[in-house]
Design a protein around this ligand. Sequence first.
Ligand code: NDP
Ligand code: 8X3
Length: 253
Amino acid sequence: MKKYIFITGATAGFGEATARIFAENGWNLILTGRRAERLESLKNELSKNKIDIVLLNFDVRSEDQVNQAVGSLSEDVKNNLAVLVNNAGLAVGRGSIDSGLTDDWDRMIDTNVKGLLYVTRAISPILKKNGCGHIVNIASIAGKEVYAGGNVYCATKHAVDALSRAIRMDLVHDNIKVSNIAPGAAETEFSMVRFKGDEQTAKNVYDGFDPLMAEDIADAVYYVCSRPKHVCINDLVIMPAAQASSTVFHKIH
Ligand code: NDP
Ligand code: 8X3
């Protein structure tokens, strides 16, 4: 098999786990993120699968960096590019709107919305030229519901949800599938980033119940990408069994 999957945010969490499951299934990988050393060590680990692994080190917030990175792909890789996973993203802070930090808001909007758009703008013409493809957007339960203190993060994930539906309409005539995956609480580096390195607060998020693991979402990404050609999984909401909504959890203490 010669197909390539392009994964944003492959240095941690869902993106890293997605790289692993696709590598185990013989896919070639284009792994991207800002932390170059993590990309290198993931490449070293996954090379045992006898696949081709391309590393692109860029910040999705920079349109120039995105275009330069995508432009550096060889014709052979571009001709075999089949899947884009728009996964890079983050929450920063969880405060009320009246005390929110506008720098945090900018980081979320620039990464989760504009970054996803820049990458999709750069990759979709390649898929279109190839005659088919699949875009998987990692949204969130925060794109289906809102919660107190979630304001800007929820807004960015509602935007991702809307973009998944709109991009599907734009690209349906080009045989490009679009899948939206909306996870609930998953224990990755997400909360450490959200709470700016405050380990205890990050840990408390997952206290008293079994959260999703990165592998649960990677498994879903692989599932949607391995359906028959005529089937598109449009939207998947995946929650821990102990989570009924953004704010309702069954906790054992
Ligand atoms: P992690 O923090 O573990 O991973 C986030 C990834 O995004 C990292 O690889 C990071 O790479 C990358 N990233 C962040 N900012 C940028 C940037 N500016 N440019 C390039 N890459 C960037 O979090 P998760 O794996 O949990 O999150 C992945 C996605 O899933 C996000 O979109 C998140 O919003 C969403 N999500 C997470 C949930 C959860 O509970 N964990 C639930 C629902 C959705 P690097 O820092 O090296 O650039
Ligand atoms: C991450 C899940 O509920 O913390 O997208 O917003 S939540």
